[in-house]
Write a protein that binds this ligand. Structure first.
Ligand code: PLP
Length: 392
Protein backbone atom coordinates (compact mmCIF):
# COMPACT_ATOMS: atom_id res chain seq x y z
CA UNK A 1 0.00 0.00 0.00
CA UNK A 2 1.17 3.49 -0.78
CA UNK A 3 1.03 5.89 2.11
CA UNK A 4 -0.42 9.17 0.90
CA UNK A 5 0.23 12.58 2.40
CA UNK A 6 -1.92 13.91 5.24
CA UNK A 7 -2.58 16.90 3.01
CA UNK A 8 -4.14 14.93 0.21
CA UNK A 9 -6.05 12.66 2.57
CA UNK A 10 -7.74 15.75 4.01
CA UNK A 11 -9.40 16.73 0.72
CA UNK A 12 -12.18 15.13 -1.27
CA UNK A 13 -12.52 14.92 -5.04
CA UNK A 14 -14.94 17.47 -6.49
CA UNK A 15 -18.52 16.36 -5.61
CA UNK A 16 -19.92 18.21 -8.61
CA UNK A 17 -17.86 16.00 -10.88
CA UNK A 18 -19.13 12.92 -9.02
CA UNK A 19 -22.73 13.74 -10.00
CA UNK A 20 -21.72 14.13 -13.64
CA UNK A 21 -19.98 10.76 -13.50
CA UNK A 22 -23.05 9.05 -11.97
CA UNK A 23 -25.32 10.62 -14.62
CA UNK A 24 -22.98 9.39 -17.36
CA UNK A 25 -23.00 5.91 -15.89
CA UNK A 26 -26.83 5.80 -15.95
CA UNK A 27 -26.86 7.18 -19.50
CA UNK A 28 -24.51 4.45 -20.65
CA UNK A 29 -26.91 1.96 -19.13
CA UNK A 30 -29.57 3.39 -21.46
CA UNK A 31 -31.37 5.77 -19.08
CA UNK A 32 -32.54 9.13 -20.42
CA UNK A 33 -31.11 11.82 -18.10
CA UNK A 34 -31.39 15.61 -18.44
CA UNK A 35 -28.42 17.19 -16.72
CA UNK A 36 -28.84 20.40 -14.75
CA UNK A 37 -25.42 19.80 -13.24
CA UNK A 38 -23.28 21.89 -15.59
CA UNK A 39 -20.88 24.43 -14.12
CA UNK A 40 -20.15 26.05 -17.45
CA UNK A 41 -22.03 28.01 -20.12
CA UNK A 42 -23.64 25.90 -22.84
CA UNK A 43 -22.61 28.53 -25.42
CA UNK A 44 -19.61 28.30 -27.71
CA UNK A 45 -16.58 30.56 -27.24
CA UNK A 46 -17.19 33.62 -29.50
CA UNK A 47 -15.66 33.30 -32.96
CA UNK A 48 -13.32 36.34 -32.75
CA UNK A 49 -11.70 34.85 -29.66
CA UNK A 50 -11.04 31.53 -31.42
CA UNK A 51 -9.65 33.40 -34.45
CA UNK A 52 -7.16 35.26 -32.25
CA UNK A 53 -5.89 31.95 -30.84
CA UNK A 54 -5.62 30.36 -34.29
CA UNK A 55 -3.66 33.36 -35.54
CA UNK A 56 -1.37 33.06 -32.51
CA UNK A 57 -0.61 29.44 -33.42
CA UNK A 58 0.10 30.39 -37.04
CA UNK A 59 2.50 33.14 -36.10
CA UNK A 60 4.37 30.75 -33.80
CA UNK A 61 3.32 32.19 -30.45
CA UNK A 62 3.72 28.74 -28.96
CA UNK A 63 6.58 29.06 -26.47
CA UNK A 64 7.00 29.92 -22.79
CA UNK A 65 5.80 33.34 -21.77
CA UNK A 66 6.46 35.31 -18.60
CA UNK A 67 5.22 33.13 -15.69
CA UNK A 68 2.53 35.58 -14.57
CA UNK A 69 1.18 36.43 -18.02
CA UNK A 70 2.22 38.32 -21.14
CA UNK A 71 2.60 42.11 -20.84
CA UNK A 72 -0.15 42.46 -23.48
CA UNK A 73 -2.66 40.35 -21.54
CA UNK A 74 -1.77 42.11 -18.29
CA UNK A 75 -2.40 45.44 -20.04
CA UNK A 76 -5.81 44.17 -21.18
CA UNK A 77 -6.61 43.06 -17.61
CA UNK A 78 -5.55 46.42 -16.20
CA UNK A 79 -7.81 48.06 -18.82
CA UNK A 80 -10.68 45.80 -17.79
CA UNK A 81 -10.28 46.60 -14.09
CA UNK A 82 -10.17 50.34 -14.86
CA UNK A 83 -13.14 50.28 -17.23
CA UNK A 84 -15.47 47.82 -15.49
CA UNK A 85 -14.47 48.12 -11.85
CA UNK A 86 -12.93 51.59 -11.40
CA UNK A 87 -9.83 49.92 -9.92
CA UNK A 88 -6.34 50.91 -10.93
CA UNK A 89 -3.40 48.48 -10.92
CA UNK A 90 0.22 48.18 -12.07
CA UNK A 91 1.43 45.12 -13.98
CA UNK A 92 3.28 43.82 -10.88
CA UNK A 93 -0.06 43.73 -9.05
CA UNK A 94 -1.60 41.35 -11.64
CA UNK A 95 -1.18 37.58 -11.97
CA UNK A 96 -2.58 35.44 -14.79
CA UNK A 97 -3.11 31.77 -13.91
CA UNK A 98 -4.44 28.50 -15.24
CA UNK A 99 -8.09 29.29 -14.43
CA UNK A 100 -9.61 31.05 -11.47
CA UNK A 101 -9.03 27.86 -9.53
CA UNK A 102 -5.26 28.26 -9.76
CA UNK A 103 -5.54 31.91 -8.69
CA UNK A 104 -7.11 30.80 -5.40
CA UNK A 105 -4.70 27.88 -5.06
CA UNK A 106 -1.71 30.22 -5.49
CA UNK A 107 -3.21 32.66 -3.01
CA UNK A 108 -3.62 29.99 -0.32
CA UNK A 109 -0.16 28.55 -0.89
CA UNK A 110 1.44 31.99 -0.73
CA UNK A 111 -0.51 33.26 2.27
CA UNK A 112 -1.34 30.43 4.65
CA UNK A 113 0.51 28.37 7.25
CA UNK A 114 -0.75 25.50 9.38
CA UNK A 115 -3.19 26.88 11.96
CA UNK A 116 -4.22 29.88 9.89
CA UNK A 117 -7.93 30.37 9.35
CA UNK A 118 -9.90 31.31 6.25
CA UNK A 119 -13.51 32.43 6.64
CA UNK A 120 -15.78 30.86 4.02
CA UNK A 121 -19.53 31.61 4.03
CA UNK A 122 -21.96 28.85 2.96
CA UNK A 123 -23.07 27.93 0.43
CA UNK A 124 -19.54 28.00 -1.00
CA UNK A 125 -17.90 27.11 -4.28
CA UNK A 126 -16.87 23.49 -3.61
CA UNK A 127 -13.15 24.13 -4.08
CA UNK A 128 -12.56 26.84 -1.46
CA UNK A 129 -12.42 24.62 1.65
CA UNK A 130 -10.31 21.94 0.00
CA UNK A 131 -7.81 24.38 -1.46
CA UNK A 132 -7.47 25.89 2.04
CA UNK A 133 -6.93 22.37 3.46
CA UNK A 134 -4.26 21.65 0.84
CA UNK A 135 -2.40 24.66 2.27
CA UNK A 136 -2.75 22.99 5.70
CA UNK A 137 -4.89 25.85 6.97
CA UNK A 138 -8.38 25.70 8.47
CA UNK A 139 -11.64 26.66 6.73
CA UNK A 140 -13.94 28.50 9.16
CA UNK A 141 -17.45 28.15 7.81
CA UNK A 142 -20.14 30.79 8.41
CA UNK A 143 -23.62 29.32 8.14
CA UNK A 144 -26.37 31.16 6.28
CA UNK A 145 -29.86 30.27 5.13
CA UNK A 146 -32.52 31.35 2.68
CA UNK A 147 -34.08 33.77 5.22
CA UNK A 148 -30.93 35.92 4.92
CA UNK A 149 -30.72 35.18 1.18
CA UNK A 150 -27.53 33.22 1.90
CA UNK A 151 -25.57 36.37 2.75
CA UNK A 152 -23.58 36.76 5.95
CA UNK A 153 -24.41 39.54 8.41
CA UNK A 154 -21.77 41.88 9.90
CA UNK A 155 -22.45 40.25 13.29
CA UNK A 156 -21.70 36.79 11.92
CA UNK A 157 -18.48 38.05 10.37
CA UNK A 158 -17.40 39.73 13.62
CA UNK A 159 -18.04 36.50 15.50
CA UNK A 160 -16.02 34.39 13.06
CA UNK A 161 -12.86 36.53 13.14
CA UNK A 162 -10.06 35.40 15.48
CA UNK A 163 -6.40 36.40 15.79
CA UNK A 164 -5.66 33.46 13.42
CA UNK A 165 -7.95 34.71 10.64
CA UNK A 166 -5.92 35.51 7.53
CA UNK A 167 -8.56 35.71 4.82
CA UNK A 168 -12.27 36.20 4.17
CA UNK A 169 -13.69 34.85 0.90
CA UNK A 170 -16.57 36.74 -0.74
CA UNK A 171 -18.08 35.29 -3.93
CA UNK A 172 -20.73 37.58 -5.41
CA UNK A 173 -22.72 36.72 -7.48
CA UNK A 174 -22.39 33.36 -5.82
CA UNK A 175 -21.97 29.86 -7.12
CA UNK A 176 -24.24 28.12 -6.07
CA UNK A 177 -26.81 30.49 -4.50
CA UNK A 178 -26.88 33.00 -7.36
CA UNK A 179 -27.21 35.91 -4.93
CA UNK A 180 -25.11 39.07 -5.03
CA UNK A 181 -24.21 41.44 -2.20
CA UNK A 182 -25.46 45.01 -2.54
CA UNK A 183 -23.24 48.02 -1.95
CA UNK A 184 -24.76 48.73 1.52
CA UNK A 185 -24.29 45.09 2.52
CA UNK A 186 -20.63 45.21 1.50
CA UNK A 187 -20.19 48.54 3.30
CA UNK A 188 -21.53 46.94 6.47
CA UNK A 189 -19.06 44.04 6.17
CA UNK A 190 -16.32 46.58 5.49
CA UNK A 191 -17.03 48.29 8.81
CA UNK A 192 -16.25 45.02 10.60
CA UNK A 193 -13.15 44.40 8.49
CA UNK A 194 -11.80 47.87 9.31
CA UNK A 195 -11.67 46.82 12.97
CA UNK A 196 -9.52 43.79 12.04
CA UNK A 197 -6.63 44.97 9.90
CA UNK A 198 -4.94 41.55 9.96
CA UNK A 199 -7.67 40.06 7.72
CA UNK A 200 -7.28 40.07 3.93
CA UNK A 201 -10.28 39.79 1.60
CA UNK A 202 -10.52 37.59 -1.49
CA UNK A 203 -13.28 38.86 -3.77
CA UNK A 204 -14.18 36.18 -6.30
CA UNK A 205 -15.91 38.09 -9.09
CA UNK A 206 -16.03 35.18 -11.53
CA UNK A 207 -19.74 35.70 -12.29
CA UNK A 208 -19.53 39.49 -12.56
CA UNK A 209 -20.78 39.56 -16.15
CA UNK A 210 -23.77 37.29 -15.56
CA UNK A 211 -26.20 39.53 -13.68
CA UNK A 212 -29.96 39.87 -13.98
CA UNK A 213 -30.31 43.35 -12.47
CA UNK A 214 -29.56 46.76 -13.96
CA UNK A 215 -27.32 48.35 -11.32
CA UNK A 216 -23.55 48.36 -11.77
CA UNK A 217 -21.52 45.49 -10.41
CA UNK A 218 -19.97 46.27 -7.00
CA UNK A 219 -17.33 44.38 -5.08
CA UNK A 220 -15.93 45.07 -1.63
CA UNK A 221 -13.14 47.29 -3.01
CA UNK A 222 -15.75 49.47 -4.75
CA UNK A 223 -17.93 49.64 -1.64
CA UNK A 224 -14.96 50.31 0.68
CA UNK A 225 -12.14 51.89 -1.35
CA UNK A 226 -9.95 52.24 1.76
CA UNK A 227 -9.87 48.41 2.01
CA UNK A 228 -8.51 47.96 -1.54
CA UNK A 229 -4.90 47.42 -0.34
CA UNK A 230 -6.20 44.39 1.62
CA UNK A 231 -8.20 42.95 -1.30
CA UNK A 232 -7.32 40.27 -3.83
CA UNK A 233 -9.76 40.65 -6.73
CA UNK A 234 -10.17 37.35 -8.57
CA UNK A 235 -11.79 37.02 -11.96
CA UNK A 236 -11.39 35.15 -15.23
CA UNK A 237 -12.70 34.55 -18.71
CA UNK A 238 -14.14 31.07 -18.04
CA UNK A 239 -17.76 31.96 -17.31
CA UNK A 240 -18.00 35.43 -18.85
CA UNK A 241 -16.83 34.44 -22.33
CA UNK A 242 -17.75 30.74 -22.33
CA UNK A 243 -14.05 29.83 -22.13
CA UNK A 244 -13.89 27.20 -19.38
CA UNK A 245 -11.62 24.90 -21.37
CA UNK A 246 -9.03 27.57 -22.16
CA UNK A 247 -8.03 27.78 -18.48
CA UNK A 248 -7.33 31.46 -17.93
CA UNK A 249 -8.04 33.22 -14.64
CA UNK A 250 -6.49 36.38 -13.30
CA UNK A 251 -6.28 38.36 -10.12
CA UNK A 252 -5.09 41.68 -8.76
CA UNK A 253 -3.74 42.47 -5.32
CA UNK A 254 -0.90 43.87 -3.23
CA UNK A 255 2.45 43.58 -4.98
CA UNK A 256 4.20 41.52 -2.28
CA UNK A 257 1.42 38.93 -2.29
CA UNK A 258 1.17 38.79 -6.08
CA UNK A 259 4.95 38.30 -6.26
CA UNK A 260 4.75 35.39 -3.82
CA UNK A 261 1.84 33.86 -5.77
CA UNK A 262 3.92 34.23 -8.92
CA UNK A 263 6.71 32.28 -7.19
CA UNK A 264 4.29 29.45 -6.34
CA UNK A 265 3.11 29.37 -9.94
CA UNK A 266 6.67 29.44 -11.26
CA UNK A 267 7.30 26.14 -9.42
CA UNK A 268 4.07 24.46 -10.46
CA UNK A 269 2.66 25.24 -13.90
CA UNK A 270 4.85 28.15 -15.04
CA UNK A 271 2.92 30.34 -17.47
CA UNK A 272 -0.65 29.58 -18.54
CA UNK A 273 -0.82 28.33 -22.14
CA UNK A 274 0.53 31.01 -24.50
CA UNK A 275 -2.27 30.58 -27.04
CA UNK A 276 -5.00 30.75 -24.40
CA UNK A 277 -3.49 34.00 -23.12
CA UNK A 278 -3.88 35.52 -26.59
CA UNK A 279 -7.49 34.33 -26.66
CA UNK A 280 -8.16 35.85 -23.23
CA UNK A 281 -6.63 39.14 -24.36
CA UNK A 282 -8.95 39.18 -27.40
CA UNK A 283 -11.91 38.45 -25.09
CA UNK A 284 -11.09 41.32 -22.73
CA UNK A 285 -10.28 43.79 -25.52
CA UNK A 286 -13.31 42.81 -27.61
CA UNK A 287 -15.98 44.46 -25.47
CA UNK A 288 -19.02 42.61 -24.24
CA UNK A 289 -21.31 42.67 -27.28
CA UNK A 290 -20.58 38.99 -28.00
CA UNK A 291 -21.75 37.93 -24.54
CA UNK A 292 -24.98 39.93 -24.42
CA UNK A 293 -26.91 37.19 -26.14
CA UNK A 294 -25.64 34.62 -23.64
CA UNK A 295 -26.44 36.75 -20.60
CA UNK A 296 -29.86 37.53 -22.05
CA UNK A 297 -30.54 33.81 -22.44
CA UNK A 298 -29.47 33.10 -18.86
CA UNK A 299 -31.78 35.85 -17.62
CA UNK A 300 -34.73 34.48 -19.57
CA UNK A 301 -34.06 30.90 -18.45
CA UNK A 302 -33.66 32.02 -14.85
CA UNK A 303 -37.14 33.52 -14.93
CA UNK A 304 -38.53 30.32 -16.42
CA UNK A 305 -36.87 28.07 -13.84
CA UNK A 306 -37.86 30.33 -10.96
CA UNK A 307 -41.50 30.50 -12.09
CA UNK A 308 -41.70 26.73 -12.49
CA UNK A 309 -40.05 26.06 -9.10
CA UNK A 310 -42.31 28.51 -7.37
CA UNK A 311 -45.35 26.61 -8.62
CA UNK A 312 -44.12 23.33 -7.10
CA UNK A 313 -45.55 22.30 -3.72
CA UNK A 314 -42.94 22.08 -0.96
CA UNK A 315 -40.17 23.77 -2.98
CA UNK A 316 -38.68 26.95 -1.52
CA UNK A 317 -37.71 28.86 -4.66
CA UNK A 318 -35.52 31.95 -4.39
CA UNK A 319 -34.72 34.30 -7.26
CA UNK A 320 -31.05 34.58 -8.24
CA UNK A 321 -29.34 37.92 -8.90
CA UNK A 322 -26.99 36.39 -11.44
CA UNK A 323 -24.92 33.31 -12.47
CA UNK A 324 -26.60 30.39 -14.22
CA UNK A 325 -27.71 28.64 -11.04
CA UNK A 326 -30.87 28.36 -9.01
CA UNK A 327 -30.61 27.04 -5.44
CA UNK A 328 -34.08 26.05 -4.21
CA UNK A 329 -34.82 24.45 -0.83
CA UNK A 330 -36.26 20.93 -0.97
CA UNK A 331 -36.64 20.08 2.71
CA UNK A 332 -40.42 19.68 2.57
CA UNK A 333 -40.15 17.49 -0.51
CA UNK A 334 -37.52 15.36 1.23
CA UNK A 335 -39.72 14.98 4.30
CA UNK A 336 -42.80 14.12 2.22
CA UNK A 337 -40.85 11.48 0.30
CA UNK A 338 -39.05 10.10 3.34
CA UNK A 339 -35.63 10.92 1.86
CA UNK A 340 -33.02 11.12 4.60
CA UNK A 341 -30.82 13.80 3.03
CA UNK A 342 -30.17 15.78 -0.13
CA UNK A 343 -27.80 13.10 -1.46
CA UNK A 344 -30.73 10.66 -1.38
CA UNK A 345 -32.84 13.37 -3.02
CA UNK A 346 -30.30 13.83 -5.82
CA UNK A 347 -30.22 10.08 -6.33
CA UNK A 348 -34.04 9.94 -6.46
CA UNK A 349 -34.09 12.80 -8.98
CA UNK A 350 -31.54 10.92 -11.09
CA UNK A 351 -33.90 7.95 -11.09
CA UNK A 352 -36.60 10.41 -12.22
CA UNK A 353 -34.30 11.46 -15.08
CA UNK A 354 -32.76 14.72 -13.84
CA UNK A 355 -29.19 15.30 -12.65
CA UNK A 356 -28.69 18.05 -10.05
CA UNK A 357 -26.01 18.78 -7.45
CA UNK A 358 -26.99 18.22 -3.80
CA UNK A 359 -26.65 21.30 -1.61
CA UNK A 360 -24.45 19.55 0.93
CA UNK A 361 -21.65 19.67 -1.67
CA UNK A 362 -21.71 23.43 -1.04
CA UNK A 363 -22.17 23.15 2.72
CA UNK A 364 -25.94 23.69 2.56
CA UNK A 365 -27.95 20.47 3.00
CA UNK A 366 -31.62 20.53 2.08
CA UNK A 367 -31.07 22.45 -1.12
CA UNK A 368 -30.16 21.47 -4.66
CA UNK A 369 -28.29 23.40 -7.32
CA UNK A 370 -29.94 23.54 -10.71
CA UNK A 371 -27.84 24.87 -13.56
CA UNK A 372 -29.72 26.54 -16.39
CA UNK A 373 -26.70 26.44 -18.67
CA UNK A 374 -28.63 24.11 -20.93
CA UNK A 375 -31.22 24.43 -23.70
CA UNK A 376 -34.78 25.67 -23.12
CA UNK A 377 -36.05 22.30 -24.23
CA UNK A 378 -33.90 20.47 -21.66
CA UNK A 379 -35.02 22.86 -18.94
CA UNK A 380 -38.66 22.28 -19.74
CA UNK A 381 -38.16 18.52 -19.76
CA UNK A 382 -36.20 18.62 -16.47
CA UNK A 383 -38.83 20.71 -14.70
CA UNK A 384 -41.63 18.50 -16.02
CA UNK A 385 -39.79 15.51 -14.54
CA UNK A 386 -39.12 17.23 -11.20
CA UNK A 387 -42.78 18.22 -11.08
CA UNK A 388 -43.92 14.66 -11.85
CA UNK A 389 -41.55 13.34 -9.19
CA UNK A 390 -42.94 15.70 -6.55
CA UNK A 391 -46.56 15.08 -7.47
CA UNK A 392 -46.21 11.30 -7.73
N1 PLP B 1 -14.82 30.76 -8.68
C1 PLP B 1 -16.08 30.32 -8.75
C2 PLP B 1 -17.09 30.91 -7.83
C3 PLP B 1 -16.42 29.31 -9.65
O1 PLP B 1 -17.68 28.86 -9.71
C4 PLP B 1 -15.41 28.77 -10.49
C5 PLP B 1 -15.72 27.68 -11.42
O2 PLP B 1 -16.60 26.86 -11.22
C6 PLP B 1 -14.12 29.28 -10.38
C7 PLP B 1 -13.87 30.28 -9.47
C8 PLP B 1 -12.97 28.75 -11.19
O3 PLP B 1 -13.08 28.94 -12.53
P1 PLP B 1 -11.98 28.41 -13.53
O4 PLP B 1 -12.70 27.45 -14.42
O5 PLP B 1 -11.51 29.64 -14.27
O6 PLP B 1 -10.89 27.76 -12.78
Amino acid sequence: DIRLSRRVNAVRPSPTLAVTARAQQLRRAGKDIVSLGAGEPDFDTPEYIKEAAIAAIHRGFTKYTAVGGTPELKAAIIGKFAHDNHLSYHPDEILVSVGGKQSFFNLCQALLDAGDEVIIPVPYWVSYPDIVLLAEARPVIIDTDASQRFKISPEQLEEAITPSTRLLVINSPSNPSGVAYSRPELEALGEVLRRHPHVLIASDDMYEKIRFYEEDFVNIANACPDLTPRCIIMNGVSKAYAMTGWRIGYCAGPKALITAMNTVQSQSTSNPTSIAQVAAQAALEGGDSAIHEMVHAFKRRHQYVYDRLQALPGVAAMPSDGTFYSFPGFREVMAAKGLRDDLALAEALLEAGVAVVPGSAFGTPGHIRLSFATSDKNLEMALDRISAFINA
